[in-house]
Design a protein around this ligand. Structure first.
Ligand code: DQA
Length: 145
C-alpha cells in the first residue's frame, strides 16, 4: 500500500519561511516524521514537492492508479488552481487537504479553497502535525491500513 504526499509552492522553504506563521519545522523534518509513522504501519509513502503547477498535476496523474490516498498541501495554488482541482477530481482515492496555518484567520484571499470541494476532508491550523493526522486518518479508514 502506498500513500502520496504532495507539497506545493514555497513549502520547500519551511523552517525559514515566515516561521511565526509556519513554524520552525522543515519539510525534511515533516517527511521524516511521516516516514517513521508509515513504516510503523507497514505502508510506503511517495513524497513530491514542486513549485510548478504542471509538475503537481503530472504527479497526481502518474500516481492515481498506484496510490491508496493523497495528502496534499497545494500552497497558494489552493486558492486558484482549477487545474490541480480537476486533476484531483479525476482520482477515486481519498484526498486530504492540509494547511499548516489556519487559513481562515489570515488574509481574505486564503479563506477560499478551490480544492476543498473535491477533497475528502481538510485539516488547517494544526501546524506540521496536520500531515501526521491526515496519514493516521487515511490508514485508519482504508481497508489495508
Ligand atoms: C498554506 C496556506 C496557503 O495560503 C499558503 O499560500 C501556503 C501555505 C499552509 O500550509 O498554511 O503556501 O497552504
Amino acid at each position: 500500500m502506498r500513500i502520496l504526499v504532495v507539497n506545493g509552492p514555497n513549502l520547500n522553504m519551511l523552517g525559514t519561511r515566515e516561521p511565526h506563521i509556519y513554524g520552525a519545522t522543515t519539510l525534511a523534518d515533516i517527511e521524516h516524521a511521516l516516514s517513521i509513522r508509515a513504516a510503523s504501519r507497514g505502508v510506503d509513502i511517495d513524497f513530491v514537492q514542486s513549485n510548478h503547477e504542471g509538475i503537481i498535476i503530472d504527479t497526481i496523474q502518474q500516481h492515481q492508479r498506484t496510490t491508496a490516498g493523497i495528502i496534499i498541501n497545494p500552497g497558494a495554488f489552493t486558492h486558484y488552481s482549477y487545474a490541480i482541482r480537476d486533476a484531483l477530481s479525476a482520482v477515486s482515492v481519498p484526498i486530504i487537504e492540509v494547511h499548516i496555518s489556519n487559513v481562515y484567520t489570515r488574509e481574505p484571499f486564503r479563506h477560499h479553497s478551490v480544492i476543498a470541494p473535491v477533497a475528502t476532508g481538510q485539516i488547517a491550523g494544526l501546524g506540521w502535525r496536520g500531515y501526521l493526522l491526515a496519514l493516521d486518518w487515511l490508514l485508519d479508514t482504508t481497508a489495508n491500513g
